[in-house]
Design a binder for this molecule. Structure first.
Ligand code: DC
Length: 228
């Protein structure tokens, strides 16, 4: 790479560490990191709080009627220099990771109007390049012209164990089986939905990190960045 800023799109399955890798790559390159899943989670949190989604069932009419009231954006958190997700004036970075949000986010993310809104916000963020964005449709829909596209995956048991460890460390009482079931269900939902289903872009390179350390993953991505 010759110093020009590029767009790096990272898509893939749930809970395979996309955001962790994307954040670290952005830090190394001095790029902006955007966790697009956080935006879908924030909209889901709004829906949960307002009775618009319940047990995975979305009230479409109510969601569309409220869409103009849902303001989702990122703000730098000076304590750790992360871009935290905000919903209507409130930092919801922690709350969006709760299992209840995970259990309701896929049906909310499948609503076309929600996707149109969030995709256009994401495309604006990429105007200046120098961005690493992770999600499900970044290389296929948001930035089809991205200079580097990575499709990340890992075996379901490995992903479930990582997510279980992460939530338990935060003090959430969760069962491993419930988490594993949620991960498989989200994959199935994300891959089979009508709107922008999760799929590998034809020109994406696959990173299966089931047996890789964090450092090995970073080196792998940085090596591909250097070849752009
Ligand atoms: O990356 P994540 O697990 O935090 O994403 C939460 C959900 O949001 C995921 O199950 C699917 C949806 N999502 C999406 O549909 N498109 C994106 N670009 C990012 C996430």
């Amino acid at each position: 790479m010759n110093g020009k800023k590029i767009i790096i799109a990272i898509d893939g399955h749930s809970s395979c560490g996309k955001s962790t890798v994307a954040r670290e790559i952005a830090r190394r390159l001095n790029y902006i990191f955007i966790d697009s899943g956080a935006m879908y989670r924030a909209v889901t949190l709004y829906c949960l709080r307002n009775g618009i989604v319940d047990k995975g069932v979305v009230n479409h009419a109510a969601l569309i009627a409220d869409l103009g009231k849902i303001k989702v954006y990122f703000k730098n958190n000076p304590s750790n220099n992360h871009n935290d997700i905000w919903l209507n004036g409130e930092n919801v970075e922690d709350e969006i990771r709760l299992l209840e949000v995970s259990q309701n986010v896929s049906p909310v993310a499948a609503v076309a109007e929600v996707r149109h809104l969030l995709v256009s916000l994401q495309q604006e963020m990429g105007n200046t390049k120098g961005i690493v964005m992770d999600g499900r449709d970044i290389g296929t829909v948001v930035f089809p012209e991205a200079e580097l596209k990575i499709f990340m995956t890992a075996q379901p048991d490995v992903r479930a164990q990582r997510r279980f460890d992460e939530l338990t460390a935060k003090g959430e009482k969760v069962s491993y089986d419930e988490i594993r079931a949620n991960i498989l269900e989200r994959d199935r939902y994300d891959e089979t939905r009508e709107q922008s289903p999760l799929r590998k872009a034809d020109d994406a390179i696959v990173l299966d990190n089931s047996a890789m350390t964090r450092k090995e993953q970073l080196d792998w991505v940085l090596n591909h960045v250097s070849k752009v």
